[in-house]
Design a protein around this ligand. Structure first.
Ligand code: HEC
Length: 113
């Protein structure tokens, strides 16, 4: 019994560090995206990011950052990330390994009033 418990604890520890088996850990800031861009496509007029490739996300973020593309909030968000950080986030999002992202830090904001 104690051994089984230890295995569960170990499993949880592994899952915490690697949310999806062999998935890359989320780069800094990436989990914040899913607070608005829900993995399933939230509605509320916010476009989903699934299926977008990394280059497209980087290009969009650059356009938001420079003001080339009009935005309500993404201009400010995009300015919070360097090109390299944006690239890391975009590649992670495009890899489709984000299902567990935002579980820790976006849940509270997502709750309906
Ligand atoms: C506060 C909510 C919010 C957060 C957080 C957020 N976004 Fe957005 N995003 C939006 C909205 C709203 C739009 C539509 C453009 C606008 O009005 O700013 C958008 C548009 C986009 C688009 C363009 C999609 C398309 O199909 O045209 C991309 C790419 C994008 N966001 C990437 C990101 C990334 C990457 C992050 C995390 C670093 C992020 N967003 C975080 C709200 C958000």
């Amino acid at each position: 019994m104690a051994a089984a418990k230890r295995h569960i604890v170990l499993l949880l520890a592994v899952l915490t560090v690697f949310p999806v088996q062999a998935a890359q850990p989320a780069p800094p800031g990436a989990s914040s995206c899913s607070g608005c861009h829900a993995p399933t496509g939230a509605g509320d007029g916010i476009p989903g990011l699934e299926g977008l490739d990394a280059d497209r996300i980087v290009a969009d973020m650059r356009a938001f950052r420079t003001g080339a593309r009009e935005a309500t909030v993404m201009d400010r968000i995009a300015r919070g990330f360097t090109e390299d950080e944006t690239r890391a986030i975009a590649e992670w999002l495009a890899s489709g390994e984000r299902h567990d992202a935002g579980k820790d830090d976006a849940g509270a904001q997502d709750a309906e009033p």
